[in-house]
Design a protein around this ligand. Structure first.
Ligand code: SAM
Length: 224
């Protein structure tokens, strides 16, 4: 029986690749990658030379069937994304579900992901939280904020740098100016920054500079 390994890759610091991830990738019959050029650089660094096969979110629904067919003829294959854990705001879910339906084993390795270091490092309650991924850019965004305004748990969002100020402004509008937030930027990279405070303070901080890099926003539950 074949196994599809879901293999998390570093989100910045190359030292965060686990020994098991490297071994599983070296042993796989082939590696499905979101962007083969991006992954090639990472795999070259670890001298992993297995065949890379493109598995992109835009074609996932079309290619799942042929990938499952291919998986049935090998011992193991691995799925990686550009960074972090596949299927978390990345391609993977459709393939994982299709593998279960086709009787192919699925094993997800624990490993790098931006959510956990952001919420744990934020100092915001991390015993319970919800993850919303990227909010819709336009349609449905306001409705989502109205829904999130009723949420009693901590909230974790992914956001692009050019929408950060807009997002913090929306938090102030919909959740209130005294809401505590943390912007976790460039986690595990050279310019890592965790900016914590009331949303108004954090907004002022980021309005004053050009925002670059990758971002997770953590929003505290409403004060009692
Ligand atoms: N699958 C990835 C994971 O496990 O975290 C997430 C992929 S999603 C396409 C990319 C988003 O994750 C970025 O826009 C950012 O919101 C977040 N992210 C990824 N790496 C990050 C980092 N080093 N620092 C902060 N946020 C990061």
């Amino acid at each position: 029986m074949s196994t599809l390994f879901i293999v998390p890759t570093p989100i910045g610091n190359l030292e965060d690749f686990t020994l098991r991830a490297i071994r599983v990738l070296k042993e796989a019959d082939f590696i499905l990658a979101e962007d083969t050029r991006t992954s090639k650089k990472l795999l070259d660094h670890y001298e992993i030379s297995n065949q890379l096969v493109s598995h992109h979110i835009h074609n996932e629904h079309k290619t799942v069937e042929s990938v499952v067919e291919r998986l049935q003829h090998v011992t193991s294959a691995a799925l990686i994304s550009d960074a972090g854990t596949p299927a978390i705001s990345d391609p993977g879910f459709l393939l994982i579900r299709a593998c279960y339906e086709a009787g192919i084993n699925v094993t997800c390795l624990p490993g790098p992901n931006a959510i956990i270091p952001a919420i744990v490092g934020s100092g915001i309650p991390c015993d319970r939280f919800i993850f919303e991924g990227f909010l819709p850019h336009k349609k449905g965004r306001q409705t989502k904020w109205k829904e999130l305004a009723l949420e009693k748990r901590s909230i974790v969002l992914y956001e692009s740098p050019h929408r950060l100020v807009k997002c913090l402004t929306e938090i102030r509008t919909f959740l209130g100016e005294d809401r505590e937030v943390c912007v976790a930027r460039e986690i595990s990279k050279l310019h890592e920054e965790f900016k914590r405070g009331l949303v108004t303070e954090v907004l002022t901080h980021f309005e004053a500079k050009k925002v670059k890099g990758e971002i997770v926003i953590v929003i505290a539950p409403p004060a009692k």
